[in-house]
Ligand binder design. Structure first.
Ligand code: 2XP
Ligand code: FE2
Length: 310
């Protein structure tokens, strides 16, 4: 078990920054890291999003963290919310849809103590929680992509949380309630374990996408938003985010999910909002762009610089 720490401390035991950090494998492919087998020419689309991630990385250099906590849409768990529960994972992660772009040799260290603390806090709030103890587990590409693009050195331990199926089995409203509770569980666990945490919500915004890939996946001529409805929703959501209207964002979230096929329906952004206490704080939009027609935004909430957190 973990032990409680001094809650008055300014630097310890808090969520320092929260980010919307989407995971198109295309962005890892385009960056050509040594861990990824496919090689890109580097001349492709997605430059706006890559620049957005670069800007966010620079911004995050101003803060100190002990751990990265990521909620991922691509580790879908049938029963409840799962957390990686082994100290070290190493292997090859392959995107089942884009194996031509993402075959990544991962080597991840896990903050198991914090994961177990989130598990315990989640159970206390009535959530079905589970620890994943299989050391051979193949970590999903959502976790790896968001972590890589945010902090390519992988020099911090991570905590990875799966996406439960509550939105799909019950309703968007049930899903939202669960994710807010999971967010609160995450926040309390961070405080009790004394971690300085960086949180990543690994999801796109609008998510209607093309169903055919061009011969050259890097061809920028192919890349644009799927339709005007998706673009309009994305603009609206980013406007709310920039103005710090996060309560309104949550009020509109069920409609956003349905009307733009949003990947937020896997719960990551609502979890982040819950963990940050739904702050009256604007997010900094470092970049926005499309990947196979989906809308993706790179956003940072600097909680450590906020004077008022409600
Ligand atoms: O389809 C998904 O969920 C993906 N992550 C693949 C690519 C682009 C998403 O924006
Ligand atoms: Fe995805």
């Amino acid at each position: 078990m973990y032990s409680a720490v001094n809650h008055n401390s300014k630097t310890k035991g808090r969520i320092v920054r929260g980010c919307l950090a989407p995971h198109p494998p295309h962005l890892v492919f385009a960056a050509n890291p040594p861990q990824n087998e496919p090689q890109a020419s580097g001349a492709g689309a997605w430059q706006g999003l890559l620049a957005g991630y670069a800007a966010m990385r620079r911004s995050l250099e101003a803060a100190e963290f002990d751990v990265v906590i990521v909620h991922t849409p691509h580790w879908k768990t049938r029963r409840g919310h799962h957390l990686l529960g082994v100290e070290h994972f190493k292997g090859l992660s392959v995107d089942p849809i884009f194996p031509n772009l993402f075959r990544f040799n991962f080597d991840l260290h896990i903050d198991v103590e914090l994961a177990e603390a989130i598990h315990a806090e989640g159970e206390q709030r009535g959530l079905v929680m589970s620890m994943m103890r299989n050391p051979e587990f193949r970590v999903d590409y959502g976790t790896i992509t968001s972590c890589y693009l945010t902090r390519p050195a992988f020099d911090l331990p991570i905590v990875a949380i799966s996406s439960a199926r509550s939105y799909f089995d019950y309703s968007n409203e049930v899903g939202e309630r669960e994710m807010l509770a999971l967010g609160e569980a995450t926040k309390i666990a961070v405080e009790k374990t004394g971690r300085r945490a960086l949180l990543l919500a690994s999801c796109s915004l609008s998510h209607r996408h093309f169903t055919e890939e061009p011969e050259d996946p890097e061809d920028p001529a192919f890349e644009h938003i799927y339709n005007a409805n998706q673009a309009k929703w994305d603009r609206h959501v980013l406007d709310l985010i920039e103005r710090g209207c996060n309560r309104q964002l949550l009020d509109e979230m069920p409609d956003f999910m349905e009307q733009s096929a949003s990947e937020c329906k896997d719960g990551s952004l609502t979890w982040l909002m819950g963990a940050m206490d739904v702050p009256q704080l604007g997010g900094i939009v470092h970049g926005y762009g499309t990947v196979i027609g989906t809308g993706n935004a790179v956003v940072e909430w600097r909680l450590d610089q906020a004077e008022v957190q409600v």
